[in-house]
Ligand binder design. Sequence first.
Ligand code: URA
Length: 412
Amino acid sequence: MHIPTLISRKREGEELTAREIQQLIAGFTAGTIPDYQMSAFAMAVYFTGMTAAETAALTSAMMASGDCFAHRAGHPAVVDKHSTGGIGDKVSLVLAPLVACTGCWVPMVSGRGLGITGGTLDKLESIPGFNVNVGLDDAAAQLERIGVVMMGQTARFCLADKKLYALRDVTGTVPSIPLITASIMAKKLAESLDRLVLDVKFGSGAFMRTKKDAETLAASLLAVGKTMGVEVHVVLNPMHEPTGRTVGNALEMIEALECLDGGGPADLRDIVLDLSEKIAGTARETLAQHLDDGSARRKFEELVAAQGANPADLPRLGEIHRAPVVRELPAPTTGVVTKVDAGMIGQAALQLGTGRSKASDAVDFAIGFDRLVKVGETIHAGHPLCRIHARNAVDFDMAEAMAAKAVVISAH
Ligand code: URA
């Protein structure tokens, strides 16, 4: 197969065959097709899209780039959740241990930061020693023992997504419906699930800016889900303002712990319960009780210990990751908060260092935003709109200017 010709054909909007897509992914996974050609291919897909048949072929080729979970006979319901990506979206960190409290198995395979959105793996790695590179045998044993594993793609599991995800993150090729569909569904197919809930976001802090585009993405995800023989639920959620009050890896982990302790912001708890209810087969009240009585927190601590970290570090994350510059942004006027632009806050967080600009970059766990105001709150002049955690004064000034634009206050 002549790869430059294949890229050109896709650039011109031609439909590729399943075999061509399968060979492309196999070559990329094996390393015989270099990153620059795969990046060009991703950009061609970004501009010209894919047919439903091509998207399905891409998904199964990516799933087949590694092994799949093979759950033992008589296993409990195997369930999972995945988000299409948002700002301050730490839902998975709470949902996975919570749903495991109900007796379901949750083999959650997540990603790193992508575009302006944060990634579950980066947030988990803010816990010193937390290992997301779990092999399939260890993951299966952990499911048997504690009912939950939170891991990334590995050299043996969804390798094509591991590689393509990292390329898309730094080549402007994230917001593409077929690429998002294949990325998410390849991971979920490989988990061999019984039930899946998909949190499809729309708004300035999501890859799909409009509800209409989110509906198109949802339809694409459902179409591939149908071929999986899995019960798939899709929930559309606005992403106009960040979820909760924090954006940044360790800061989000700290807020997720508050939610696991039965507290935390109401919008975060609501999304966690809305999505958990769809897959856990358990009443909302029971799920809420697992948050309030400490069961979900204890399950998360079991997970942390199972994956190489020390639960005793959890209350110390703020000290472990302390940014050199931590300052509040005061409100310029008194009034009601009418907007906290998620896209702009996400962009500011990315520039502070929460994400990557090259695939080899390390993320900065300490920096980001906390104590963010929420839409609908009354604020008084001089009171904080948020707290900014920055590496240095220059970064702080940049983030301060962007956050000041992101928050709109209207007089009563
Ligand atoms: N989550 C994923 O796993 N992949 C995407 O492309 C977007 C969100």
